[in-house]
Design a protein around this ligand. Structure first.
Ligand code: MEV
Length: 330
């Protein structure tokens, strides 16, 4: 018979969008990879009907709330995703063990400023942990549905690609809402990650693009269509390790993102420096405006590209790609 523990530690990876950002919000596919810097959460079931959260990375220290008030009233920014995740899990009532109180402590290996999806990864950790502790045994798709609902409850928009990367790990071909979540059978990718030092605001960038789409519907739909087609080709290039073609497709995707108006001067400088230093291809990754760029490199070209990104003011983030998804740590 299964033992019921009252505490478990879970970790989930961050993510990097490889191809297809923005267009994925409007039904086109994207490619995303899970990165080897992880979010960790320890979740404990308690006897008091209180939700407790410690998330020092986002300045949430000893936050307390009665369980019956979850989701009600003011919630500090750093506590939102976890509180709503616990609420959504409680309301869905999937487990055999009833939740009285829940204590969560999170710890991140990466800064929430990078755009690696810290909110989605912590949401996934908490739902996975509650599933384990209550013997609900949710499968990956059920965890996805609850975590994606949590993201939409808070942000109102988003494709869910970051949630999928945190759960499934690896490198995924993904369609909004998890309509398609297809793991690609590949090794890690020869990517350099350069952080711009600027925090991107995903929701306002999505809003800006959608305003443009209202003004110039055909032009923007056309860009989405082209990004979608490019993702299909990139999928083939990744599977066949054709880095030259993959790099060209990255550069084309970057052009289309510039046409959508989501690139930024700092990103453009880092991108052109990496290209001049010999990258196969390079583009922004995520919503744009800031966060990171990714550059595809050859073995011998890596150091020069790294230096070029740094000289353009970027910070190299050392992280593997294509890593394992959510897992129980102890
Ligand atoms: C943000 O990292 C990527 C977007 O496509 C939003 C999303 O897919 O949720 C802009």
């Amino acid at each position: 018979m299964k033992q019921f523990n009252n505490s478990v530690s879970v970790s989930a990876p961050g993510k990097l969008m490889l191809f297809g950002e923005h267009a994925v919000v409007y039904g086109r596919p994207c490619l995303v990879t899970a990165v080897g810097q992880r979010m960790k959460a320890t979740v404990e079931l308690t006897d008091e009907p209180i939700f407790q959260l410690n998330a020092p990375d986002v300045q949430v220290i000893n936050y307390l709330k009665p369980m019956r008030k979850l989701g009600i009233g003011d919630i500090p920014k750093g506590a939102r995703f976890i509180e709503i995740a616990v609420k959504n899990f409680t309301h869905a009532r999937p487990g055999l063990v009833k939740l009285k109180g829940v204590k969560v402590t999170t710890q991140s290996e990466f800064s929430s400023l990078f755009g690696f999806g810290s909110s989605s990864a912590s949401t996934v950790c908490v739902i996975k942990a509650l599933s384990e502790l209550t013997n609900a045994d949710l499968n990956n798709k059920a965890i996805f549905n609850l975590a994606y609902k949590t993201v939409l409850d808070i942000q109102g928009k988003g494709s869910g690609f970051d949630v999928a990367a945190a759960i499934y790990g690896g490198t995924l071909y993904f369609v909004i809402g998890g309509k398609v979540i297809e793991p690609l059978n590949i090794d890690s990718l020869p990517l350099l990650i350069g952080y711009s030092g600027i925090k991107a605001d995903t929701v306002s960038l999505i809003d800006e693009v959608s305003k443009k789409a209202k003004k110039y519907p055909e032009v923007i739909e056309n860009i989405y269509d082209n990004i979608g087609k490019l993702v299909e080709q990139a999928k083939i290039a990744i599977l066949s390790k054709n880095w030259q073609t993959l790099g060209e497709l990255m550069n084309t995707n970057q052009k289309l993102l510039e046409n959508l108006g989501v690139s930024a001067e700092k990103l453009n400088n880092m991108i052109s420096a990496a290209r001049k230093a010999g990258a196969y291809g390079t583009k922004l990754s995520g919503a744009g405006g800031g966060d990171c760029i990714i550059a595809l490199h050859s073995v011998q070209g890596k150091l020069a590209i790294k230096k070029a990104i740094e000289a353009a003011g970027g910070q190299i983030i050392d992280a593997k790609t294509n890593v394992e998804g959510v897992r129980i740590e102890s």
